[in-house]
Design a protein around this ligand. Structure first.
Ligand code: CA
Length: 242
């Protein structure tokens, strides 16, 4: 049923719909989650936050909805019946760039890396805070709204997230896979300070004290290639591309 339509046939006895102030600007979110309690709680919270919400409790229905409706964002659980979240994501990415926030379990640590490789835009580890979920959802929608192609331009630096390469002043820059991942992650979170911890989690598989130095080495190499001002250090907080 299309709640935006002006011609809604009310069933006998009627029913209640929440009327948004301006339905044409209402953001529409799809939630794919098979745990009934979590699905209902999420749907209610997202609706209360002023979004239109569609739900699916398995991967197959989720993919069908995702392919046939232009959502502003999708909240996608990893462990799902019929099709798991990875499969949904990789099939969806063949046709659509809808921003996807993956929900992973705490013991699926490798999922974070895999999710970002498969084309997820962000992830959250269960259990999560709703305020953080909304902050991430808003950031995701904001980024995707300003992003009409796979190309991110930051000053004289151009990042092609489809080809995974970087050029500066029109010249291709030689960059390692890990340096690229670091630049891309900061660029996608442009204007936000990204903590060192977050960067480790996204870039490295295991916890290791020596990684702390590795991160500094990568940042220093990137600055040599893209300019010292490209990545700003926020002492005690992390790194940022402004
Ligand atoms: Ca699940």
């Amino acid at each position: 049923m299309d709640l935006n339509s002006e011609n809604i046939d009310l069933p006998p006895g009627g029913f209640c719909v929440t009327v948004a102030p301006d339905p044409s600007t209402l953001m529409r979110i799809l939630i794919v989650e098979d745990e009934p309690d979590l699905l209902q709680a999420l749907a209610r919270a997202v609706r209360d936050a002023g979004y239109a919400v569609d739900i699916a409790d398995n991967g197959e229905d989720g993919l069908f909805n995702a392919e046939n409706t232009d959502y502003d964002a999708i909240i996608l659980d990893v462990m799902l019946p019929k099709l798991d979240g990875w499969e949904v994501l990789s099939r969806l990415r063949k046709s659509k760039k809808t921003p996807v926030l993956m929900l992973t379990a705490r013991d699926q640590s490798r999922d974070r890396v895999r999710g970002l490789d498969t084309g997820a835009d962000d992830y959250m580890v269960k259990p999560f805070d709703l305020p953080e979920l909304f902050a991430r959802l808003r950031a995701l929608i904001r980024r995707s709204a300003g992003k009409t192609s796979n190309v991110l331009e930051i000053g004289d630096v151009v990042i092609d997230t489809a080809a995974r390469n970087i050029s500066r002043l029109g010249k291709a820059i030689e960059i390692t896979a890990r340096e690229y991942a670091l630049v891309e992650f900061l660029a996608l979170h442009r204007g936000e300070v990204v903590t060192r911890t977050t960067l480790y989690e996204h870039l490295f598989d295991e916890d290791d004290a020596t990684l702390s130095n590795l991160l500094d080495v990568h940042v220093s190499n990137i600055r040599k290639k893209l300019g010292h001002e490209f990545i700003v250090t926020r002492r005690g907080h992390g790194y940022c591309i402004e």
